[in-house]
Ligand binder design. Structure first.
Ligand SMILES: Nc1ncnc2c1ncn2[C@@H]1O[C@H](COP(=O)(O)OP(=O)(O)O)[C@@H](O)[C@H]1O
Ligand SMILES: [Mg+2]
Length: 467
């Protein structure tokens, strides 16, 4: 909005006119006094002169005042140069254009700054880790999207109150008090969230205009720590599993070399035990190798078609001696063509492991059912297959598994009853192998169990064709 016209200061204009007119007035006055000009003519000339200068001074004053208003108005946006400035002297017109250029340059700089700030915010929001800007007192002045999503409305809050853990408070204080340029600490969130972050606090080289003097970033290392822990546990468990039969073997070898050296009866008995232990070690090594082979190729998904009918008939036939030993029956039912996308060797291993479990942990003299059915809709846990899913249900009538154990059954070496598993020749790796094979096949696994009634393990695999 243009400002109202300011009144022109009349006394100042009058003074300027008098000052401007003084030299020619003095000349006219002297000429009249010396008698060179008649007094009337001199008076007329003096009046004309005063009038001319008054008009001139008024016009320049108008232009200057309009330029001042123009400069003020420019802040509100672009304005054309006022008409009075264009009509004023060329110097005043140039001054007007200079003011306009100055304004535009400043506006462009501001626009550029705004774009830079927006780009910086965009970059920070794209960072998946939470980032916080802190002032000298540790107050949070800004935060990116990840920080807001994880911690809610935190602007203005004290960072030391948000992350109360002593390590983080100490790391923050070291940087904010300028004793350190950068510190690292660890933040552990207690259950139920149970996450671990690496916290980095970095001092800025100079304090930003908004007062930001340090940046705090959080990096989620939960998955990394879990993977590390799993690896450490796995090495410890595998070593322990191998050492047990090995210690037994070494003990018997010593006995055979020493006290039982000449006892043929002991020889036969000990060799039997030693064979059993060696076979256990061999099974363990075989399962470990299988697991590592499948893991190596877990991200290469199978592309070949496998008909489950003939495959399962072979597997069941191969397990008949084991079923006979437990006086159990295996009943196989296959619906339709049951062709899946898979790797035959791995599907043999998968079904073998599950049927062996059903025989081992099922009732002696019981019934194990293996049922293959078509499922038009795949369970939500598996990536949607093009032609639906094929389900293999392997059920037994054993003691079942208490609910608390179900989520952990596919962990390596996890057993509900370790002594029973070992006495049955189990390695504790069967279900871990099954899970990895299913992952590779982009399928899904579900275990349902009723204590006292039995267990059903459902495997879903992507069908190779529409039925
Ligand atoms: N059908 C089942 N019925 C009852 N418990 C089972 C069944 N299948 C697996 N389990 C339990 O899950 C554990 C892990 O199975 P698995 O990984 O195949 O190892 P393993 O059979 O060598 O012990 C077993 O030790 C057993 O406690
Ligand atoms: Mg098993």
């Amino acid at each position: 909005m243009p400002l109202p016209d300011p009144p022109l200061p009349f006394t100042r204009i009058l003074l300027a006119v008098v000052l401007l007119c003084l030299p020619p007035l003095a000349v006219i006055g002297a000429a009249a006094w010396l008698g060179w000009l008649p007094r009337e003519v001199a008076a007329l000339a003096a009046s004309g002169l005063l009038l001319y200068y008054a008009l001139l001074a008024r016009r320049q004053a108008r232009a200057i005042y309009d330029l001042r208003n123009f400069a003020d108005e420019l802040i509100g946006g672009d304005r054309p140069l006022p008409a009075s400035a264009r009509l004023g002297s060329p110097a005043l017109r140039d001054l007007g254009y200079a003011i306009a250029r100055l304004y535009r340059a400043k506006r462009d700089r501001n626009d550029e700054m705004m774009r830079l700030v927006q780009a910086r915010d965009g970059v920070l929001d794209a960072v998946p880790d939470p980032v916080f800007a802190l002032d000298r007192q540790g107050r949070i002045l800004g935060a990116n999207r990840a920080a807001m999503e994880s911690f809610g409305a935190i602007i203005g809050r004290d960072a030391t109150l948000l992350f109360r853990q002593p390590d983080i408070v100490a790391a923050l204080n070291l940087v904010l008090s300028e004793r350190e340029a950068r510190t690292i600490a660890t933040l552990s969130l207690a259950p139920p969230v149970e996450r671990e972050f690496t916290v980095a606090v970095q001092r800025l080289q100079s304090v930003a205009p908004d007062g930001t003097c340090a940046v705090l970033t959080l990096h989620d290392v939960t998955a990394l720590r879990r993977a590390e822990q799993t690896r450490v546990d796995f090495v410890a468990n595998a070593s322990h599993e191998i050492r047990t039969p090995l210690t037994t073997l070494l003990g018997f070898i010593e006995t055979l070399q020493g006290p039982a050296k000449d006892d043929p009866q002991a020889h036969a008995m000990f060799l039997d035990i030693m064979q059993g232990e060696a076979q256990r070690m061999a099974r363990l090594v075989e399962d470990l190798l299988s697991l590592s082979r499948i893991e190596q190729h877990e991200h290469e998904h199978p592309t070949t078609r496998v008909a489950l009918g003939p495959l399962l008939e072979r597997v069941v036939a191969g397990l008949q001696p084991q079923a006979d030993q437990r006086r159990s029956t295996i009943k196989l039912t296959i619906e339709g063509a049951a062709t899946v996308i898979g790797t035959a060797d791995e599907l043999v291993q998968l079904t073998q492991n599950l049927i062996v479990n059903a025989l081992k942990y099922g009732k002696e003299g019981g019934l194990v059912t293996v049922t293959v059915t078509r499922k038009p809709a795949a369970p939500p846990a598996m990536p949607p297959p093009a032609f639906g899913a094929i389900a293999i249900a392997i059920c037994d009538d054993g003691e079942g598994i208490p609910r608390a154990h179900l989520p952990r059954l596919t962990e390596r070496f996890y057993r509900v009853d370790p002594a029973r598993s070992k006495s049955q020749g189990g390695t504790g790796l069967g279900l871990a192998i099954v899970k990895h094979i299913i992952n590779r096949h982009r399928g899904s696994l579900r275990i349902e169990s009723d204590v006292g009634k039995g267990t059903c393990v459902y495997t879903y695999l992507p069908a190779a064709e529409r039925d």
